[in-house]
Design a protein around this ligand. Structure first.
Ligand code: SF4
Length: 266
């Protein structure tokens, strides 16, 4: 397992400490004598169930990532993603770790889990979701209304991504923020999503859309956040290969467009 993913697991384990501390507190200070048996027993059972589910969720995640086999354990995974990951994020930033680094680690773990699922989606059921800041800021052809407004001048990656979506026959949408991204997903109801965004938007989107298979690609920001951003198109292709053809991209990968280019140049 790569170091990036280990950061997520390390911090989530750290976030279990308050639960362990709560159990220890109940036992060590005999809380039932002060607050009554019923309350102490309910708290003890609640914390024990929480701990068992969290440990089971963590072990399931590690098993899936290491073996590449998906298992259906929705509740424990949701518990880790919704409850313990936010705690892990706070613990990590408290310890001085960069927020982006922890969020990146979560995206890596989430992508690794998505790869263990068997997604059976037709190309048109796969959605590429890109942020509007990928469009060159001085371009007057606004793509947020309709991506086909792009004139394909090639000054930014919008035309390249549109071409990629056409090559694979998948759906493509542009979002101006997290709220719009959610609306697009609710309206179009894709079976799988390849989402491009910054760490913050990606991680909140991944949390909200779980268990929908969403492959997250963190954007590149040569000029900072929210302006003239970019994306590693190879990562998009890799995700599309997985969703559309059921296998990860490799060195022998060629999409239709590139096959055509190659054959005409021979
Ligand atoms: S490729 Fe050209 S026309 Fe299309 S969005 Fe980018 S800058 Fe505008």
């Amino acid at each position: 397992m790569r170091i990036k993913k280990r950061l997520f697991f390390g911090l989530v384990i750290l976030s279990l400490l308050p639960v362990l501390a709560g159990l220890w507190f109940i036992l060590a200070f005999s809380l039932w004598e002060q607050f009554g048996h019923a309350l102490a027993i309910i708290a003890f059972i609640f914390l024990t169930v929480l701990l068992v589910l969290a440990v089971f969720g963590l072990l399931s995640m590690i098993y899936m990532i290491e073996t590449g086999k998906g298992i259906k354990v929705k509740l424990p995974l949701r518990l880790i993603i919704d409850v313990f990951y936010p705690m892990a994020l706070r613990a990590g930033t408290f310890l001085g770790l960069s927020r982006e680094k922890i969020q990146n680690s979560f995206v890596e773990v989430s992508n690794a889990l998505v790869k263990t699922t068997k997604v059976q989606a037709a190309p048109e059921e796969v959605l590429i979701l890109i942020p509007h800041c990928i469009q060159l800021s001085d371009c007057t052809h606004k793509i947020t209304v309709d991506i086909n407004n792009c004139r394909g001048c090639g000054r930014c990656q919008v035309s390249q991504i549109r071409e990629l979506a056409n090559d694979y026959g998948v759906d493509l949408a542009v979002a101006t923020g997290g709220g719009m991204a959610r609306r697009i997903i609710q309206q179009r109801k894709p079976k799988a999503v390849v989402a491009v965004a910054c760490e913050r938007d990606l991680t909140s989107g991944l949390q909200e859309t779980f268990p929908l298979p969403v492959f997250g690609v963190v954007n590149l920001r040569p000029q900072g956040y929210c302006v003239n951003t970019a994306v590693d198109v190879d990562k998009l292709k890799s995700a599309l290969e997985f969703f559309v053809r059921g296998e990860p991209a490799n060195d022998a990968y060629r999409c239709r467009h590139y096959e055509e280019v190659a054959s005409t140049s021979l």
